[in-house]
Design a protein around this ligand. Structure first.
Ligand SMILES: C[S@@+](CC[C@H](N)C(=O)[O-])C[C@H]1O[C@@H](n2cnc3c(N)ncnc32)[C@H](O)[C@@H]1O
Length: 272
């Protein structure tokens, strides 16, 4: 699930609340942000929009639709690369992220690039915006798989979208959950149940505190939560591993990517 395992943590699978997930993941992303941006910033591009480690760009995928003149919100916006791509194309994009350090990187790139993405610190489960404020809400490997209370998060997206608005997000492909997070051949043998939703949890050995959490949903869970909040799915993109792409990102690699999907990109429209 992750390429940032700190020195002294043990991995567990157990239930964790929304509050516990947030209290772990905010500080975790604060600690990891510098390394994340140093390692992946070049691949992401200051004004680039990639949906995942396969490098599928929004230019290629086109799942947001035309963003020109649209009000756009990015959840789990990190350093705001995707939102800057939207700004370059005439969209009024805004960022929201749990991690203050990620947002400091966003501010740094705003200044370096001259393209500023107004961003706030917050959680995708309680959005600080009035209802019907946005035409598009999106999330590129942002908040969705870090959230325990998915009903709250998707409910919030439905609330802040205008009727007919689009919600698009990428997550680790649900089928990956059964496999070890290993980019080598060892990551090709299923070792746990696809239907086991028990979260992946890292616990700090010294303090005993939960330090990182990821949540799993099956494909059916995603379809269900979107349907319950009046969304109609318009696309499920499963990027193929491109020829000549040899970059390893955590458990994503050519070895695995040529055989199994690593990323799922959902796009859904709110009822009009
Ligand atoms: C893998 S990074 C992706 C960031 C950015 N979209 C990118 O492509 O680089 C995940 C981001 O989600 C943020 N995040 C995690 N849980 C969140 C939550 N509950 N609400 C908002 N953001 C969250 C993290 O702080 C982190 O910046």
């Amino acid at each position: 699930m992750t390429d940032h395992l700190p020195q002294r943590v043990r991995v567990e699978r157990r239930a964790v609340s929304e509050e516990e997930s947030r209290q772990a993941n905010g500080p975790d992303w604060d600690r990891y942000a510098d390394e994340y941006q140093a390692t992946h910033g070049g691949f992401l591009g200051n004004t680039g929009f990639v949906w995942g480690p396969e490098g599928l760009t929004e230019e290629e995928a086109g799942v947001l639709g035309d963003v020109d003149g649209r009000d756009v919100l990015e959840l789990g916006s990190g350093a705001g690369q995707c939102s800057r791509w939207v700004r370059v194309r005439g969209g009024r994009s805004f960022g929201l992220d749990l991690s203050a350090r990620q947002l400091q990187h966003s501010k740094r790139i705003d200044e370096e690039s001259g393209i500023a993405v107004p961003s706030v610190r917050g959680t995708a489960t309680a959005l600080p915006y009035a209802g019907a404020s946005f035409d598009v809400v999106f999330c590129s490997f942002g908040a969705m798989q870090f959230i325990a209370d998915l009903e709250a998060a998707v409910g919030e997206v439905a609330r802040v979208l205008r009727p007919g608005g689009r919600f698009a997000f990428s997550v680790t492909h649900p089928t990956r959950w059964s496999f070890p997070d290993d980019p080598s051949e060892a990551g090709l043998t299923a070792t746990s149940s696809y239907w086991d939703r028990t979260p992946y949890v890292e616990v700090d050995d010294d303090s005993g505190q939960v330090s990182y959490v990821e949540h799993h949903r099956t494909l059916g869970d995603w379809v269900g939560v979107l349907a319950r909040h009046d969304f109609r799915i318009v696309a499920l993109v499963e990027p193929e591993w491109p020829e000549g792409h040899d970059r390893v990102w955590g458990g994503w690699s050519r070895v695995r990517g040529r055989l199994t999907p690593g990323t799922a990109v959902f796009a859904a429209d709110l009822a009009s």
